[in-house]
Design a protein around this ligand. Structure first.
Ligand code: AMP
Ligand code: GLY
Length: 428
């Protein structure tokens, strides 16, 4: 069958999704809402905000869209699946009741306990005094997590006692996270290596995506504040057996537990994990594709993406491993001055054509806008520059060759994407 697709969102992840759909034999037309100038080269843009659910459903109906793919978590947690399914529209992503796995960290923690899914010990607190008492029991370091969605900023690792008062004030007095901070998890600090793992699920079955490694801290050597992600590569370098253990101990009980609780999980399940000495422990669930992991993963997909998403949305996912190119991809995020804090905007971006002229380089847009004919910066993460190669080393080299062409005032990026993995492979 031929597909008319709609992609919701405006980041580099959504650009990568559009790019992958373009390579699907079955896709005839692609729309994106609201998209960005890069996406606009591969899809027709609809000027509708990603959280305007009725307008999106209306447009999907009018355009006779038969597959909608949602990038960000907010429309999913607002119930975009429910809005579309009311109108008989097919949408790849979880329902509102299933997206609660990301939208409420309290739900996720209690869900893990109900289904014996390994995760850190935690207490659920609602006042400053309760939080202080829980912290005394856990000791330092300790982790505080706002229950609700907080644009990735609701988690604080409190290293020592002298940071505790200001942190507790931020959560309970300033109420920095608003309603999302009504309930807070005080969680034991887990040590180990962090890993994210994604599967595509259809409510009862699932297939894993290729592995990936992402780089959350803003500066080289994993220093500085956490960001949405400064780079990624696929595949990840993992101890053998790790993927299987995660699938059996975490993914399978999560998918079957959600089904058993009447919240069948359809869409991408993204599990953030810590590989501890006691095995993998869940840090968080996300109900969407990771950004920038997706940029690296999808460039390796050697399968019909639209077909897989359509099957998952219909609850009829074929039980077979997906095909992946036997090459590596590295992705470097180019960020604007100030990111991950308040960022500067309006600076001109040059050199994308030069980067694209390099063999095996792909550039995905995120925080960009066209001001007349000039491409300018409008967001924190501006571009994702990806390189493909027969080995991770080559992929990283190619990605950085692409980066060399691109300029905008205040641009910053990590220069060590892949370095830790290459060291582990004994390659550098
Ligand atoms: P989350 O949004 O829950 O993934 O948390 C953001 C980041 O905080 C994670 O990527 C980890 O680096 C860190 N983190 C979260 N929970 C813990 C924990 N229990 N122990 C150690 N680090 C954590
Ligand atoms: N890269 C982390 C995320 O997408 O949540």
């Amino acid at each position: 069958m031929t597909v008319r697709a709609l992609v919701i969102g405006s980041g580099a992840r959504e650009h990568a999704i559009v790019h992958s759909l373009r390579r699907s034999g079955s896709v005839r037309e692609i729309y994106a809402a609201p998209g960005n100038p890069g996406i606009g080269l591969a899809a027709d843009l609809l000027p509708i905000a990603a959280d305007d659910l009725p307008a999106l459903a209306e447009a999907a109906s009018d355009l006779r869209i038969d597959l909608t793919v949602v990038g960000p978590e907010v429309p999913l947690s607002l119930g975009i699946w429910d809005e579309f399914s009311k109108r008989g529209l097919r949408l790849f992503g979880p329902s509102r009741s299933a997206a609660v796995l990301e939208a409420s960290k309290v739900f996720a923690k209690e869900f893990c306990r109900r289904h014996q899914i390994p995760t850190g010990e935690a207490e659920i607190v609602r006042t400053r005094d309760e939080a202080a008492a829980a912290v005394r029991r856990f000791g330092f370091p300790v982790v505080l997590k706002a229950d609700g969605l907080a644009a990735g900023k609701g988690v604080t690792v409190v290293a020592a006692k002298d940071e505790l008062d200001t942190t507790l004030d931020a959560y309970f007095v300033e109420r920095r996270f608003g309603d999302a901070g009504d309930a807070v998890l005080v969680e034991e600090f887990l040590e180990g290596e962090e890993l994210s793992y994604m599967v595509i699920a259809d409510g009862s079955r699932f297939v894993p995506l290729a592995t990936s490694h992402d780089y959350k801290r803003v500066a080289d050597g994993d220093r500085g504040p956490n960001t949405g992600g400064m780079g990624s590569h696929s595949p990840a370098v993992l101890p053998s057996g790790t993927g299987k253990e995660i699938l059996e101990r975490v993914v399978r009980p999560t998918i079957s537990g959600m089904a058993a609780e009447g919240r069948p999980y359809c869409g991408v399940l993204y599990v953030g994990l810590m590989l501890t000495s006691h095995g993998p422990q869940v840090l968080e669930f996300n109900c969407r594709f990771g950004d920038p992991e997706t940029q690296s993963i999808l460039l390796r997909l050697d399968d019909d993406f639209a077909d897989i998403l359509r099957q998952a949305a219909d609850g009829s996912l074929e039980q077979r491993a997906l095909s992946w190119r036997r090459e590596a991809v590295a992705c470097i995020v180019l960020a604007s001055e100030g990111y991950p804090g308040a960022v500067r905007r309006g600076m001109e971006i040059t050199g994308i054509a030069g980067a694209l002229a390099e063999p095996r380089v792909t550039v995905y847009h995120a925080g960009t806008r066209l001001d007349g004919d000039t491409l300018v910066v409008v967001g924190g993460r501006v571009l994702s520059v990806c390189g493909r190669g027969p080995t991770l080393e080559e992929a990283v080299k190619t990605a950085y060759q692409g980066v060399q062409h691109i300029r905008f005032e205040g641009m910053h990026y990590r220069t060590d994407i892949g370095a830790d993995s290459l060291a582990r492979l004994g390659g550098s």
